[in-house]
Design a protein around this ligand. Structure first.
Ligand SMILES: Nc1nc2c(ncn2[C@@H]2O[C@H](COP(=O)(O)OP(=O)(O)OP(=O)(O)O)[C@@H](O)[C@H]2O)c(=O)[nH]1
Ligand SMILES: [Zn+2]
Length: 367
């Protein structure tokens, strides 16, 4: 790929980011794997009769169109056999567009119980099928994919399955500091905000450096995953707003440190999907079950970007403000020395009591 600035350093990242934009628009892309499989792919949640007919026609005869669902979603639907993740449901007369959209989006499951039986293909998934679902997750869409074997990919953006599976690591490794400004905060007057971006314009993260922490000792650090509802609106469904402001106050009182503000809304599923998870929680499911019913893992975050950001700031050892052992192990696995875990809990309210209890019971939170 050439440009006036020379060849792009990370064309694999660029291809994945472009494919993400296409899928979010309800368009199709092609995914190819090293085994020679080439798939047409589009997001199942956008299925309408017209789009489905267009997708099947574009893929051509002998394309074996199918719906891919994660094992998490398939388990909720009691689909068998689970021969690998994802599972594939051949598009037959049972699977009209409305059924496909409801299989993708469980928020109406209770109002509109799905009537099977749905057939499942008895074969292990292809690498391209696995990558197709991962690409939808990167697009912050529901992880349900309409795919068909592609004879002709003309006019479609093509992306390698390997580039999709390697995306999280590559994007983390590519992060660079692109901006740095002094921003006095109400609770920490000496503060800077430092912005990180991969050179291809992928997902940006921020660091808030409070005071002037030395690099000679482990730094007091907090990894905070973005939460629009808690951080900005003061939602009482979670503890994020209090944890955010509490971390700034604690770090300032300790004389300095760093808060990483990570673009991982909804534990990595995105804001729209988090709102769907909230609907499921209002139907009686807990925060972990809600993610699983949507087809996601309970926590989709990776902490490699945080580790790279700390390194770029010159910190390789931290005292980590968290109750979540996965954050500790995630940083350690990415080469950061976590010398201490500093508890970071706040009193519960009527609305988040069950959420906090679930994190303790199911996600190993040390509260
Ligand atoms: N999917 C989902 N995400 C949620 C829910 N409630 C809060 N979140 C997200 O959870 C993330 C906040 O988690 P954190 O406080 O960083 O981390 P933690 O795993 O609780 O660990 P701590 O460091 O102990 O706070 C934010 O991205 C929120 O948007 C929920 O019910 N469902
Ligand atoms: Zn929150």
């Amino acid at each position: 790929m050439s440009s006036p600035f020379g060849s792009a350093p990370s064309s694999a990242l660029v291809a994945v980011d472009r494919a993400v934009s296409e899928l979010r628009r309800g368009l199709s892309v092609a995914v190819s794997d090293p085994g020679g499989n080439v798939l047409h792919l589009t997001a199942a949640e956008y299925a309408t009769a017209e789009r489905l007919a267009g997708f099947v026609a574009a893929a051509g005869a002998s394309a074996a169109p199918r719906l891919l669902l994660t094992n998490r979603r398939a388990a909720t639907l009691k689909l068998r056999p689970l021969v690998g993740d994802p599972v594939a449901l051949p598009l037959d007369a049972h699977l009209d567009a409305a059924t496909i959209a409801s299989l993708a989006d469980p928020t109406a499951d209770l109002d509109n119980p799905l009537r099977g039986p749905f057939a499942v293909l008895r074969r292990a998934p292809m690498a391209a099928e696995f990558a197709a679902v991962k690409l939808l997750k990167l697009a912050r869409l529901l992880p349900a994919a309409l795919v068909a074997t592609a004879a002709d990919t003309q006019g479609l953006l093509c992306v390698d399955a390997d580039a999709i599976t390697a995306y999280d690591d590559q994007a983390a490794r590519a992060l660079r500091i692109v901006s740095d400004a002094r921003v006095p905060l109400a609770d920490a007057e000496v503060a800077r905000i430092i912005a990180f971006r991969p050179p291809d314009g992928g997902i940006e993260h921020l660091a808030i450096v409070i005071g002037e922490p030395t690099r000679r000792e482990p730094v007091l650090a907090r990894l905070h995953s973005e939460c629009f509802t808690g951080d900005l609106l003061g939602s009482l469904r979670c503890d994020c707003g209090e944890q955010l402001r509490g971390a700034i106050r604690t770090i300032a009182a300790a004389g300095g440190g760093v808060l990483l503000y990570l673009a991982q809304e909804g534990r990595g599923i995105g804001l729209v999907n988090k709102l769907k998870a909230y609907r499921l929680q209002d139907q009686g499911f807990d925060t972990v079950e809600a993610n699983e019913r949507l087809g996601f893992d309970p926590d989709e975050r990776v902490f490699r970007p945080a580790a790279e950001m700390l390194r770029l700031l010159g910190f390789d050892a931290v005292r980590l403000l968290t109750n979540n052992p996965e954050k500790v192990s995630g940083l350690v696995a990415s080469g950061i020395n976590v010398v201490e875990r500093v508890p970071h809990a706040f009193p519960a309210n009527n609305h988040n009591e069950f959420y906090l209890a679930t994190k303790k019971a199911k996600s190993g939170h040390l509260l």
